[in-house]
Every structure is written in structure tokens, then in C-alpha cells.
Design a protein around this ligand. Structure first.
Ligand code: ATP
Ligand code: MG
Length: 393
């Protein structure tokens, strides 16, 4: 399927959006698509009637790459590679014949499905399908018309300026355009869960900024690189992002020295929330995101989550809270983070794991245990050591 005029048609999701929302949805989406396709060549990107048109403006555009990239942009529900032609039956049939020649060669049956966005066009969609289908049946006598279960469906869309011919579209990433859902800080570890939770919130239009806690020398540079690679994989969906690296060694050592072992993880989690909130406030972000899933580990029981959340006033978004590990793994594979997540590097969470963590902690007990520490000073010092990296697609 090669054609010099080939372009992309992107269909928008969330049709329930109305009025101003719809407008900002469309504006955001067009600018996100433009930005993400820049690396694939020079394209004209514009929107008409809930369809985004992506037209190459030079010969050397990488259509394969553009097609793959467009499928990863949140807010796009489907992507089709299409070819425009004159709005005449002859031109439409000729275009389908050449553009879909390979698909016809492989098919035993076909049908034509038409859409008439231009209501001034003299034929209705049924008439268009019949006319185009009849001509194509004559041109490809080995391929039978089958309107119920065809191997190949030829799509014809009559739009403002041109008619468009394409084979079936493929699903896009869905959701809302990044930037429409606010700005949040996501706690990104090297595990399986947090890349998935980040992706899920980005799909709801949230612009992400990452925070990652490191505990050298207990955690290695490789472990940190792995997290940066996970962030890099996420940029295919979210666009560029900042990853804040916050030193966590001293906090962990102080906890180990001064607090009861059964509360190690919980107190550590409370520090993570405090630090993440501070980073979020500085960045103007309005929520925190974690990869917690109810009951997955001792620090993710309902009581433990309450103890963790106690130190922040920001909403803590936990998109994986009701999901099984199997479902999380399925998504990780789908979005391409799985292979990196399972690389065997240590995380600061696994450095000082208590032998018998408390699974039914009471807030007062944890607060009391924590009072052995100079919390404010430790937080301030960790923030002083914060560095950041800008990760690009
Ligand atoms: P993950 O698979 O994402 O590591 P997990 O099941 O191992 O999650 P925990 O290690 O208890 O769970 O961490 C819970 C959440 O806390 C993570 O999903 C992540 O959002 C955050 N988190 C844990 N460790 C770090 C870290 N080193 N830096 C930033 N966030 C972290
Ligand atoms: Mg972890």
C-alpha cells in the first residue's frame, strides 16, 4: 500500500464533550499531534468535522513512523491511512483499485462502506457504496461482494474538498489529550506498577512530571538509568517530561536508626509523599500519582494507605487501586514498559524491607514512631539535593 498522496485520518474520541470543552479538546489535540509528528517529517495538521487530517508536505516524510506515533497520541480513537482523490466515482474507483491492490489480491470477499460528510454531494452513502462496490467487483472478479463478513472493507469518505479512500482504521490510544486533565506529579519507581499508573493518568489528559527517589550507594546508577528509560518510553504517549531525582539515603538511614522495624516502609512512604508534594507545589502540579494497588504488599492495605496519605493534602491518584497484577502486567506489555520494568535492579523500597511489616497500622502509633526524627530538616535537606532531567521522545 504505497502512494505518494497517502495521508492520515485521525478520529477523535470522547464524543460526549460539548461546547467550550470540545473546542479546547480539539485545539489541544491538534497541537499535541503536530508536536509529536515533528520528528517524522513536515506535515500539515488540521481538523474538520471531528477528524484530524495529517498531510505530508514534502516527499521525505516517514509515513510509517507518523502512523505509529499518531496511534500513541491520547485523544485519538482510531487512525486510518488514506488517499485523497477527486469527488467523482471514476476517481474513487481508480484510487481504490491502485491503493488497495495488495489488499484486494489477498481478499476473497469485500464490501464498500461510505460516509458522506459533505451533504451537498449528489449521492447518498448507500448509492456511493453500491456504485463503487459494483465497479470494484468488476475490476476484481475473484473477490466476491459480502456485506456481512467481508475479508476487506473499503472505506470511502466524501468530505469538503476531496473524497478519501482507505482500508480499515486501527485503534488509537483513546482518552483525553495530554494537558486537558491538569498537571500532576507521578512517583515513578523502577517497578511494573508506576509506569502503568502514570500512563493511565496521562490517558485521562494529565500532564506528568515524575519524581524518583534514589538511595546511593544502596541503589545503583543502573537502577536510576532504568527509571529514566521508563520515563523515556512514556514520552511516546505523553510528550517530553521532567524527571526529578531526589536523594533518599539519609532519610532511610535515619528511619532505620531511630524507628521500629515494623514501621520502616510506612514511614519511608510518608517521606516520599511529603517530598513529592513539595516537588508538586513548586511545579504548580495539583495531585500526586502512585502505582499502589489495594492489598498488593503490606504497605498497600487500606490502613497503610491511610497512614501514607495522612501527610499530604493533595489528592493522591491511584489508578491501579482496584486492579489485579495480571491486568497491570497486560497493560505494561501493551504500552511497552514491561521488559524494562523487569530488569533486575534494586529499588530504594527493597533496600530496608522489614521482616514483619505492620499491615494494620494505627496512625497515632506511626506518628509517634516518626516523632523520633527531625522530619522537616530531613525533607528540606533531601529537597536541596534534588536534581532533574528533561526526558524527550
Ligand atoms: P512499583 O512496581 O511501581 O515499584 P510496587 O508494587 O513495587 O510498585 P512499592 O514499592 O510499595 O510498590 O511502591 C508503591 C508506589 O510508590 C510505587 O508504585 C510508586 O508510585 C512509589 N514509589 C516506590 N518507590 C519509589 C521510588 N524509588 N521513587 C519514586 N516513587 C516510588
Ligand atoms: Mg517498587
Amino acid at each position: 500500500m504505497m502512494n505518494n498522496n497517502e495521508m492520515l485520518l485521525l478520529k477523535l474520541g470522547e464524543v460526549v464533550l460539548k461546547g467550550l470543552n470540545r473546542r479546547s479538546f480539539e485545539d489541544k489535540l491538534v497541537s499535541n499531534v503536530r508536536r509529536r509528528l515533528k520528528s517524522c517529517g513536515s506535515f500539515q495538521v488540521y481538523i474538520r468535522q471531528s477528524t484530524i487530517y495529517v498531510e505530508p508536505t514534502t516527499e521525505n516524510c516517514d509515513m510509517e513512523a507518523a502512523y505509529a506515533a499518531a496511534r500513541q497520541v491520547f485523544g485519538v480513537v482510531s487512525v486510518a491511512r488514506a488517499v485523497p482523490c477527486e469527488k467523482t466515482m471514476e476517481a474513487i474507483v481508480e484510487t481504490a483499485k491502485t491503493y488497495l491492490a495488495d489488499a484486494f489480491a489477498a481478499a476473497r470477499s469485500f464490501k464498500v462502506e461510505s460516509k458522506r460528510a459533505d451533504k451537498n454531494f449528489p449521492m447518498n452513502s448507500i448509492q456511493i457504496s453500491q456504485a463503487v462496490g459494483g465497479d470494484l467487483a468488476e475490476l476484481f472478479p475473484h473477490v466476491a461482494v459480502d456485506v456481512h463478513h467481508p475479508d476487506l472493507t473499503v472505506y470511502v469518505e466524501i468530505r469538503e474538498k476531496y473524497a478519501y479512500v482507505h482500508a480499515p482504521s486501527v485503534p488509537g490510544a483513546g482518552g483525553l489529550p495530554v494537558g486537558m486533565g491538569g498537571h500532576a506529579v507521578s512517583l515513578l519507581s523502577g517497578g511494573l506498577d508506576s509506569p502503568v499508573s502514570s500512563w493511565m493518568m496521562a490517558r485521562r489528559g494529565v500532564e506528568l512530571e515524575m519524581v524518583h527517589f534514589v538511595s546511593p550507594p544502596y541503589t545503583s546508577q543502573q537502577a536510576q538509568n532504568k527509571v529514566l528509560e521508563l520515563a523515556h518510553l512514556l514520552t511516546a504517549y505523553c510528550g517530553r517530561m521532567i524527571v526529578h531525582i531526589v536523594p533518599f539515603t539519609e532519610i532511610q538511614e535515619e528511619i532505620r536508626r531511630n524507628c521500629p522495624e515494623e514501621y520502616f516502609t510506612l514511614i519511608m512512604r510518608r517521606f516520599m509523599m511529603r517530598l513529592a508534594e513539595a516537588v508538586a507545589k513548586k511545579a504548580g502540579a495539583k495531585a500526586l500519582i502512585t502505582g499502589e494497588s489495594l492489598g498488593q504488599v503490606a504497605s498497600q492495605t487500606m490502613m497503610a494507605l491511610g497512614v501514607t496519605e495522612d501527610v499530604t493534602t493533595m489528592p493522591v491518584l491511584r489508578p491501579l487501586i482496584g486492579m489485579d497484577k495480571v491486568e497491570i502486567i497486560r497493560i505494561a506489555r501493551e504500552i511497552g514498559t514491561y521488559d524494562t520494568s523487569i530488569l533486575p535492579y534494586e529499588d530504594c523500597c527493597t533496600v530496608f524491607t522489614p521482616r514483619h511489616p505492620c499491615t494494620r497500622p494505627h496512625l497515632e502509633d506511626v506518628r509517634k514512631a516518626e516523632s523520633a526524627l527531625d522530619v522537616d530538616a530531613l525533607v528540606a535537606k533531601a529537597l536541596e539535593g534534588e536534581t532533574w532531567v528533561r526526558v524527550k521522545p
